[in-house]
Every structure is written in structure tokens, then in C-alpha cells.
Design a protein around this ligand. Structure first.
Ligand code: USQ
Length: 406
């Protein structure tokens, strides 16, 4: 297949490109390298040393003999160049990962909120708009998030995207309908992914675009089979307070003797997936597209759920790290259960990589190897969701005073 990977230089994008190139697909990375610019803005760097995209691709060619091309393009701001590029390349599939993906970054200031909305919404719309205008029947695969559902538990499993509801009509009959599961974003970043869902519904209905939306959980791990092939193919590994995700952060903290930073009580339950499974799921989704005229296909891309404090406990027992309950900078429920359906990927043959202490130990070893690259001052999460939380944190209030329900 000819596949355009928008955002192919990022944390999910890079291993996805290698995985699909290895499987024999023709891959072009389209990226504006904004993730590298944001590192510079925040004064942080990936724990693992990352080469330029061109150098990475040179090494990939040297190691495997396979070519991945790179196109420097901003799909959010340069609509006509994007459209022209799609028209010339004529991809069979587009993978859309070209969005600002960190909830804390999206909440840093009003500028960051505006940037995240403008970038994410325009990027999605420009791609859909171009496909529709070019009347191109390419499969559009988007990286969405489990966060579109919110994390509240009503004692029922969260379905894969759609919910069966009964709507009483004026004649007193109850009409059964499948609707999008009610969107319940917990950050401006998550809100953009909810808006994406509306755009997908519209373009699938109006222009018969074939769209798949992957509702992914928190990703852990850093290596895949292909990133292990050469030191310079290594994936990025974020530990800072904005881009580091919880399990990866805890592992890095354990490696350098930093206390594990549990937000609030750590009663938050989230869905997780290993990076290797993430790229496998993208491949499975590519192989199983919706038909023209079908509504967007939605998969829950997760394999396990964990409570934050249980993860911290597991890593503390394994590494001897200390746990510290820090004031939660986010406006989120302090305790929640979570049940999620993921039958579609299991039925398509996904064999989940489950969290095992052995794999965690391997990651702590990677973190120790590059520990000298860590700036400890970048570890605390400092992006507060509301001005009230910000002033409570700076006034040094006890965590229990702002562990309320979101
Ligand atoms: N947390 C801690 N301590 C930390 C960091 C995080 O307790 O040091 C807590 C957070 O308060 C939150 C949970 O861990 O309750 C998850 O936070 P996270 O930073 O690992 O994940 P999140 O901000 O939700 O975002 C990540 C990705 C995003 C993806 C999302 C999937 O950055 O792109 O969409 O996971 S989901 O969480 O299912 O919405």
C-alpha cells in the first residue's frame, strides 16, 4: 500500500512508519517537525538521543534496504500545498497523527489552548477537505483517544465508539438509535479529539469518506521490534511534566532515584497499551477498512486498565523507589473505575502485550543508560488546569483540599 503518515516523526508515528515499511508498504512521512520545536520551547529533550529525521531514514535504509521518504509540510496551515501533495502522491491510506498530543501542554496558557485547537482541528479538517474535494477513495486512519469518553464509571463497559439508546418519540414509542458515546473531554487537547469525531461523522456521511478512528489509551514502553534494530532508530522517550506519560515517567523516575509523582490520591484509573501493540493495531486497522458509505469505524485501542497508585506501588516494589503524593494540577476525578470494550482488535487477532515486571525492568535499564541526559527540574508537572488549582498549588495547600470530582 502507498501510505502517507502525517506526524511520522512523533512518538507513535516513528515506530509506526518503521513497522509498516518493514511489512513492505511504501511510506512517506509528512511532518512539520513541531514536536522537536516544542522540545526547544520547553527546554527539554527526549531521554533517548534522537537524530534528525533525515539521519534516521538514512540509517533505516542502511539497516533494511528500505526507503521511507520525508516531506516537510505543515498540514494545519498550508492547505493548498497539502492538497496538491495528496493529489500527486495518491495514497491508498493516510494515517493522521499530526496533532499536538499532550493534555498538560494544551493547558499551559491561553496561547497553548489556542495553538492546540487551531493546529489539531485545522490539521484534521484540511486532510478530510482535501480528500473530499479530490474525490479520492483513500482510507483515513486517525489516532484518537480514550479520553473522548471521559473516565467516569457508571457501572457499564465503555463500548467502541457508539452507544445504543432508546429515544421516546412524540407517539410514545421508543426509537432505538446508535449514537456517538457522549463526549466528555477532560482537557483542551481531549476536546479537539471530540471535535474530530464530529468532522469524521460529517465527511463519512456527506462525502462517503472511509474513516477509522482509534481511541487509544495511555501508551507505555518505548521500543518496538524495528526501533531495536539500531541505536539511531531509537524512539523518543519523554519524561517531562508535559509530555511524559504516567507509566513511562514513573519508570524514569525510579531509574534516577526520584520519588514517583502520584497526582493526588492516585485513584485515577486509565486504559493502557504498549507501543508495540499500538503499531500492530494501526496495521490491523489498515487491513480492515470500512466500506464507502459506512459510518466511521471506531476501535478502542487499549489492552489493560490500571489505577495510577497501583502502578506506582508495582514500580516502587520492583525498584525500591519512594512514592510521593503531589497536589494534582489537573481537574479530574480523584477516584474512578474504568471498564472498556476492546473486542474488535482481539477478534482481529491482537495478542496483547501485558504489563510484566521483566519488561518494566528492561525499561528502567534503558532509563539508567541515559540518566545523564535528564534535567530533574523538568520532572514536576506544572501545568494547572484552572487558575484556582494554580493558586492552591502555589499557596502550598494540602492535596486533599483539591481532590474533588471533575
Ligand atoms: N499522572 C500522575 N503522575 C504523573 C503523571 C500523570 O499521577 O507524574 C496521572 C494524571 O493525573 C492522569 C493519569 O496519570 O490521571 C494519566 O496521565 P498521562 O499524562 O499518562 O496521560 P494523559 O494526559 O491522559 O494523555 C496521554 C497522552 C494522550 C492520550 C491519552 C490517552 O499524552 O495523547 O490521548 O494519554 S487517555 O489517557 O486514555 O485519554
Amino acid at each position: 500500500m502507498r501510505i502517507a503518515v502525517f506526524g511520522g516523526d512523533g512518538f507513535i508515528g516513528w515506530p509506526t512508519c518503521l513497522h509498516l515499511s518493514n511489512a513492505g508498504h511504501d511510506i512517506v512521512i509528512v511532518d512539520n517537525l513541531s514536536r522537536r520545536r516544542i522540545d526547544t520551547e520547553l527546554g527539554v529533550q527526549s531521554l533517548t538521543p534522537m537524530d534528525s529525521i533525515q539521519e534516521r531514514l538514512r540509517i533505516w535504509k542502511e539497516v533494511t534496504g528500505r526507503t521511507i521518504r520525508f516531506e516537510l509540510l505543515d498540514i494545519a496551515t498550508d492547505y493548498f500545498r497539502v492538497k496538491r501533495w495528496i493529489e500527486l502522491y495518491r495514497p491508498d491510506a493516510l494515517i493522521h497523527l499530526a496533532q499536538q498530543r499532550a493534555a498538560p501542554y494544551s493547558m499551559k496558557s491561553d496561547w497553548h489552548k489556542t495553538y492546540t485547537v487551531n493546529n489539531n482541528v485545522s490539521a484534521t479538517h484540511n486532510l478530510l477537505n482535501a480528500l473530499a474535494d479530490l474525490e479520492m477513495d483513500a482510507h483515513f486512519v486517525h489516532m484518537g483517544t480514550m479520553g473522548v469518553y471521559g473516565y467516569s464509571d457508571i457501572g457499564a463497559t465503555i463500548p467502541e465508539g457508539y452507544l445504543n439508546v432508546g429515544i421516546p418519540n412524540d407517539d410514545g414509542q421508543v426509537i432505538q438509535k446508535e449514537i456517538l458515546y457522549p463526549a466528555n473531554p477532560g482537557s483542551v487537547y481531549h476536546m479537539t479529539k471530540c471535535l474530530d469525531q464530529l468532522m469524521f461523522g460529517y465527511y463519512a456521511k456527506n462525502d462517503s469518506l472511509r474513516i477509522t478512528d482509534l481511541h487509544q489509551g495511555v501508551v507505555w514502553g518505548t521500543h518496538t521490534e524495528q526501533t531495536r534494530l539500531h541505536d539511531q532508530l531509537v524512539n523518543r522517550f519523554d519524561y517531562d511534566g508535559d509530555y511524559g506519560t504516567v507509566l513511562n515517567r514513573f519508570l524514569i523516575q525510579a531509574a534516577i532515584g526520584h520519588p514517583l509523582t502520584v497526582h493526588g490520591t492516585g485513584g485515577q484509573t486509565r486504559a493502557f497499551i504498549h507501543i508495540q501493540d499500538s503499531v500492530r493495531c494501526i496495521e490491523l486497522a489498515l487491513k480492515n477498512p470500512p466500506t464507502r458509505g459506512e459510518r466511521p469505524k471506531i476501535f478502542n485501542q487499549m489492552t489493560e486498565t490500571f489505577r495510577v497508585r497501583d502502578l506506582a506501588k508495582l514500580i516502587a516494589e520492583m525498584s525500591g523507589a519512594e512514592i510521593v503524593n503531589v497536589p494534582n494540577p489537573r481537574n479530574e476525578a480523584s477516584e474512578n473505575d474504568l471498564r472498556v470494550a476492546n473486542d474488535q482488535f482481539l477478534d482481529l487477532g491482537l495478542e496483547p502485550t501485558t504489563l510484566k515486571v521483566g519488561m518494566l525492568e528492561e525499561m528502567v535499564d534503558v532509563a539508567r543508560k541515559f540518566a545523564h541526559r535528564i534535567d530533574r527540574s523538568k520532572i514536576p508537572a506544572q501545568s494547572a488546569w484552572t487558575s484556582e488549582i494554580r493558586s492552591q498549588i502555589s499557596a502550598g495547600k494540602d492535596i486533599d483540599s483539591f481532590n474533588g470530582e471533575a
